[in-house]
Design a protein around this ligand. Structure first.
Ligand code: GLU
Length: 421
């Protein structure tokens, strides 16, 4: 595979095939697991504020349901396509299995740049998309959540739309909702919190203190912004951050609170226009290659490829994004001794907290934030320790060890259930 053929679904299948080979899975199980179980493509009209009507394309893909209902976010992005959603759905299956929460994997997407749409257009688009995919959704069937460019408000509209159709409120049909309509405390920060815990754990294994550990974060949305803030609080020095418009680098450390305040004041958390003493503005691509101890790609997939993997200076990469590293880049990083904490572990904090939200919604019994954070930490750190130990024993990368554990669990569930009829 070469980086010029970048296709996230081919990459996801390649990763699966590698794990299946190592596990010596039966051919029939490989055939089942390397493709999505269900795919729904929809084209739907939305009335624009100027009175015109525009047709949007959207997808919901359920990769696997062997271990429980399908789970995974919905993203709004102008470049989303079916193959990307397929890959993301497959990664959700492995992620849920890896941290041992009772879900299969799914993902959804709408081809739209939400930055170009008004709030009321986004509400109509969301409600119509939710209606189109509602045949798949339900607390016991498929439970969406936020992903790139979607947020608690979008989740509230989806929850409300499904509830209007049913005639009663169905909080557990979606997670990542605002707290005042059944969301969980700690959910918004959960993915970034998980990422910061993974930085802490990998540093601990390497015998490094967090104090002054130099960190670069690509992406300053919910995941990157929160991870940067928590890492700063843990004593790390966040020297670089970037959003879609470009990077910000300061050798002695950036002021993350000031960056977060700037982002909070701008639509879609944009950092554009941020300035401060001693801050350089490298491009997004340059920032990835600047000196640091830990690099956290927390934006789009396909960021670390054979084209730049040789120039990465970090000792550790903690994948906040889904699919930021291509398999070729993975090999290069491995050869260079750069340790990668893989996406299906590093960014699992979000779906773990989603699981807690779903459980709280079904039981109508809500936990305090300390409870949520402690349970999240126990699950994600427990998974890290298990994978780290297995990787050490088998002399494998953390990604290979993680895939083996996750794919094994899904394959076992499939074999135990048997093939119907
Ligand atoms: N979109 C997030 C992810 O990629 C969260 C999914 C969820 O909470 O269901 O893991």
């Amino acid at each position: 595979m070469t980086s010029t053929q970048f296709n996230p679904f081919r990459i996801a299948q390649h990763q699966f095939d590698t794990a299946a080979e190592l596990l010596d899975l039966p051919q029939s199980i490989r055939e089942i697991l390397r493709v999505p179980q269900r795919e729904l493509s929809v084209n739907f009209p939305v009335k624009m504020d100027d009175g015109s009507t525009k047709v949007y394309a959207g997808y919901r893909v359920q990769h696997n349901l062997a271990r429980g209902p399908a789970k995974g976010g919905i993203r709004y992005h102008h470049a989303v396509d079916l193959d990307e959603v397929r890959a993301l759905a497959m990664w959700m299956t492995w992620k849920c299995a890896l941290v041992n929460i009772p879900y299969g994997g799914a993902k959804g997407g709408v081809v739209v740049d939400p930055r170009t749409r008004s709030l009321s257009e986004l509400e109509r688009l969301t409600r119509r998309f939710a209606t189109e995919i509602s045949i798949l959704l339900g607390p016991e069937k498929d439970i969406p959540a936020p992903d790139m460019n979607t947020n608690p408000q979008v989740m509230a509209w989806i929850m409300d739309t499904i509830s209007m159709h049913r005639g009663y409120t169905v909080p557990a049909v979606i997670t990542g909702k605002p707290v005042n309509v059944g969301g969980s405390l700690g959910r918004v920060e959960a993915t970034g919190r998980g990422v910061s815990l993974m930085v802490r754990e990998i540093a601990k294994q390497a015998g490094l203190s967090l104090d002054k550990l130099q960190v670069i974060v690509q992406g300053f949305g919910n995941v990157g912004g929160t991870a940067a803030m928590l890492l700063e609080q843990m004593g790390c020095r966040v020297v670089g951050v970037a959003d879609t418009n470009g990077g910000y680098y300061r050798r002695n450390g950036l002021d993350i609170q000031a960056l977060n305040d700037h982002a909070a004041r701008h639509p879609y958390r944009s950092l554009e226009g941020y300035t401060a003493d001693g801050v350089e503005c490298p491009s997004n691509a340059e920032l990835l290659e600047m000196p640091c101890d830990v690099l956290i790609p927390a934006a789009l997939d396909g960021q670390i490829t054979s084209l730049n993997a040789n120039r990465i200076h970090a000792r550790f990469i903690v994948e906040g994004a889904n699919g930021p590293t291509t398999p070729e880049a993975d090999d290069i990083l491995n050869d260079r001794g750069i340790v990668v904490v893989p996406d299906i572990l590093a960014n699992a904090g979000g779906v773990i907290a989603s699981y807690f939200e779903w459980v709280q919604g079904l039981q109508e019994f809500f936990w305090d934030e300390t409870d949520v954070n402690q349970k999240l930490e126990r699950i994600i750190v427990g998974a890290f320790e298990q994978i780290y130990q297995s990787a050490q024993e088998k002399k494998q990368s953390l990604r290979t060890a993680a895939y083996q554990l996750a794919v094994r669990r899904v394959a076992d569930a499939t074999i135990t259930r048997g093939i119907y009829p």
